[in-house]
Design a protein around this ligand. Structure first.
Ligand code: ADP
Ligand code: ZN
Length: 802
């Protein structure tokens, strides 16, 4: 027997291995195997089994599979075409796609171990040649244990030196393998056996435990020990007599989910919700692919529609998959689903420990969960009989994975639903241009909710023009509004999409800015940490440094972030209960849920924060939203800057006035006439859509075309530039032979030229025809493989091109 195996490494090809007889019975499609690959041992996934090798391989020396790692397959054969589609569309290796689709941390990792030979030890000991880099390397190696090769490379980054030492017989490099970090957890369970024919008399203690076990039928050993102090000795006797048995079983680690609880009087859907649900219900009954865009203003009861649609899918014996942008920020939604659906719900997201995540995933794989709620990667959940997929807040950029396989989970939800003949609902108050465009062209059916539920109204919005005024964080109108809201007992949200204390710091003497050592960005002051910090790579220096250019010690701060706003708010309103929510303070697990619960209980008067606070939260007591600077998103050199700005303002505004009292929004801006801000003020999505689409059409930008960003990066600026030039030249020759028109923009340096020490150049491909775009990208990727010292990445449908 032979097996076709995809390897979890960036390799385009798949490989064939022979199945040794002893592994034959346990080899199955969807299981992981250990296979030799070059000098290493790596993890692979079985894609196919056959009696014969394909003709092009027959006759070659085929290696054997070393081991099978799983008892149960991790994916069904039916998932393979989906994985292949993803690999094809995003130009990613199949093995990488499968790895992305599976829970993290389960694969066996191979690594190189480096140790000194006898001769090497001698040379290192003598150490006479102090200036010799080779001796220095030898002396860095632990003479007894050796070291991880990667670790040594950090201090001595010259691979070639190590290889020459290996050739000279001074060091030994050995490939080793270590098991995945995440494992199946097992526990011992005590089970009652059929009663013996001639029972011996039991002591009273034995009787008590036996009776307990008879009643419970099966108890974990741990629980039994907790309950009865003498459990161990009694058990021993009972086992000897064959009255009970102990067995190991797999158990599932259950995450303690932090949810926001709320008592709610039962209500019936309003006519718009009903109409939407009816359409969805009909589609579910047809058991075919039907895509819906649920476009409903903030607070129009979209979540309620999702919930009842999921209920209907379950009633038909189908399962439901619900994607949310970030679970830690949507505890309300999870809580509502858990309370209102009588279903086994699995949660899949990165906030879980790897073990918990693996177990939740296994529960889905074994068919024990009927509803899956998860972030981006849950789109790959091994859920069978899918009837319904929901993508909440479909416009959110967190659905896009920005490294490795750069997929967009919203788009894959549609692809998967199509494959599995499921109904898919993507929902938003501010749909992405892509989705609204598709709906306009009839690709999705639009379900429109125009009203807030139960007679609520959208908040009134005022714009404060910051131009020509004395710079303040909270303008007089905003200050006054916060003060009044505080008096009225309402809660206020103050939103600014930048964390830290100040945006940048410059030397007052020579005017030069403090920039990151590894990235082309300025450092942001974080006052509590007393550091200037890079938001891209984490590089930091203590605040306040001496200017490296002129030696000056006077530092001037420019701009501000949430940390500064919080300080200002505390100063202005000393009597108020103030909290901040951004990724600097929300570092602990469950911290955002705890903060949101405090908000729900009315323990916070003013909440300052980044985009974290404007997600789909539903807090009826929030009556004021202040947007400190609406222009942050607009000032980025990005194609979607206006769209992002409109979404953020609308979503922030959408948090206000969701209860009985009407809400108010104040937007501070230097660009009061900008259409993104004006349209957001008027709650006019369609108006914004039309205006923005006019620009996109004129420039032939997405969604009227598709884009691929080809990026070349290197630690050497010269290599990066040369690399991109090579690709551009290659591209020119390919362009002519393409069926459909593709434009090539660039090459040019990326707007953020240097990130994490790598210099970056890019080439943007733009066109209407997917096939031609793909062909060109694939050719460039192949060309890039031949280039030394550079990394070539292809981002299909990129969201950010910074
Ligand atoms: P959205 O997801 O559109 O922002 P939600 O579904 O969260 O809106 O609804 C907002 C609030 O209104 C929730 O507390 C929800 O329970 C409640 N709600 C939803 N539909 C109705 C309805 N038909 N009547 C009364 N309350 C409703
Ligand atoms: Zn940096």
């Amino acid at each position: 027997m032979y097996a076709e195996v995809a390897i979890a490494l960036p390799l385009e090809k798949t490989f064939h291995y022979a199945v040794p007889p002893q592994l034959g019975p346990i080899c199955e499609i969807g299981k992981r195997v250990l296979v030799p690959f070059g000098k290493r041992t790596v993890t692979g996934y079985i894609l196919e089994q056959s009696r014969h090798l394909p003709p092009d391989i027959t006759g070659r020396n085929v290696k054997e599979i070393l081991d099978v790692l799983d008892e149960t397959p991790l994916f069904d054969k039916e998932m393979l075409p989906f994985f292949r589609w993803v690999a094809d569309y995003y130009l990613a290796p199949l093995g990488q796609v499968i790895k992305t689709a599976l829970p993290p941390g389960i694969n066996w990792e191979s690594y190189y171990h480096c140790s000194l030979t006898q001769e090497g030890k001698r040379v290192a000991m003598e150490g006479s040649r102090r200036q010799d880099p080779a001796v220095e390397v030898l002396q860095a190696i632990d003479p007894e244990q050796g070291n991880l090769f990667n670790q040594l490379l950090k201090a001595h980054p010259h691979r070639s030196l190590f290889f020459s030492l290996q050739k000279k017989g001074l060091i030994a490099l050995e490939a080793r393998i270590k098991p995945g970090r995440t494992k199946v957890k097992r526990a011992a369970f005590v089970e009652i056996m059929p009663p013996p024919s001639s029972p011996e008399p039991l002591t009273s203690k034995e009787e008590e435990i036996y009776a307990f076990l008879t009643e419970q039928k099966k108890v974990s050993l741990g629980d039994l020990r907790k309950r009865f102090r003498q459990a161990s000795s009694v058990l021993k006797k009972l086992i000897q007599r064959g009255m009970v048995a102990v067995q190991e079983e797999e158990i599932y680690r259950e995450p303690v989910s932090e949810t926001v609880e709320r008592e709610e009087a039962p209500f019936s859907l309003n006519p718009e919700q009903q109409a939407a649900l009816q359409q969805i219900g009909q589609a579910l009954n047809e058991h075919t692919f039907r895509p819906f865009l649920l476009y409903g203003v903030t607070g129009s009861g979209k979540t309620e529609v999702y919930l009842r649609a999921a209920h209907d899918a379950l009633a038909l014996g189908k399962r439901a998959l619900i994607l949310v942008p970030e679970i830690s920020l949507t505890p309300q939604l999870v809580g509502r689903f858990q309370r209102k659906l009588e279903a086994e719900i699995a949660l899949l997201h990165s906030g879980l420990s790897p073990g918990e995540r693996y177990d939740q995933w296994r529960k889905v794989n074994k068919g024990l969960a009927t509803v899956v709620i998860g972030a981006r990667s849950a789109v790959f959940a091994p859920c069978r009989d899918l009837g319904l997929i929901i993508v909440d807040e479909e416009h959110e950029t967190s659905y896009k994975q920005e490294d490795g396989v750069r997929y967009n989970a919203r788009d894959l939800a549609l692809v998967r639903a199509q494959r599995e003949k499921a109904v898919v609902i993507i929902g938003s108050a501010t749909p992405s241009l892509e989705s609204f465009y598709n709906a306009q062209r009839g690709k999705y059916q639009t379900l429109h909710l125009t009203q807030r539920v139960a007679g609520g109204v959208l908040p009134h919005v005022d714009i404060v023009d910051l131009r020509g005024k004395k710079p303040t964080l909270l303008s007089p109108p905003l200050q006054e509004a916060v003060a009044r809201n505080l008096e009225d007992g309402g809660q206020s949200l103050l939103f600014l999409n930048r964390r830290g204390f100040s945006r940048s710091a410059i030397c007052a003497d020579c005017g030069s800015a403090f920039t990151c050592h590894n990235c082309s960005v300025t450092l942001t002051l974080h006052a509590r940490r007393q550091a200037l910090l890079c938001h891209y790579c984490g590089y930091h220096i203590p605040a306040f440094p001496v200017c490296p250019h002129c030696g000056g010690g006077m530092i001037q701060l420019r701009g501000f972030g949430t940390e500064r706003v919080e300080e200002e708010v505390r100063r202005l309103f000393p009597q108020a209960r103030v909290a901040r929510m951004d990724s600097d303070v929300m570092t602990r697990r469950g911290s955002s849920a705890r903060l949101l619960m405090a908000l729900e209980r009315g323990e916070i008067d003013i909440l300052v924060g980044t985009q974290m606070i404007v997600k789909g939260h539903d807090f009826p007591q929030i009556t004021l939203v202040g947007i400190i600077t609406a222009d942050v998103a607009l000032n980025l050199p990005e194609l979607r800057a206006a769209e992002r700005c409109f979404q953020l303002i609308s979503q922030a505004a959408g948090r206000a006035g969701r209860g009985r009292r009407p809400g108010r929004v104040i937007i501070q801006t230097f660009l009061p006439e900008h259409y993104a801000i004006q349209r957001a003020k008027d709650h006019d999505f369609v108006g914004f859509y039309q205006q923005e689409m006019a620009t996109r059409e004129a420039l032939r930008y997405p969604p009227v075309t598709r884009m691929v960003n080809v990026r070349v990066s290197s630690t050497n600026p010269h290599d990066a530039e040369q690399g991109i030039q090579r690709l551009a030249k290659k591209g020119e020759t390919v362009l002519k032979g393409l069926q459909e028109k593709v434009e090539m923009l660039g090459p040019g340096p990326a707007p953020l030229y240097q990130i994490k020490g790598r210099y970056r150049w890019q080439l943007l491909l733009k066109g209407e025809g997917v096939i031609s775009l793909q062909r060109l990208s694939r050719t460039l990727l192949q060309e890039g493989r031949g280039l030394k010292g550079v990394r070539v990445e292809v981002d299909v449908d990129p969201l950010s091109m910074l």
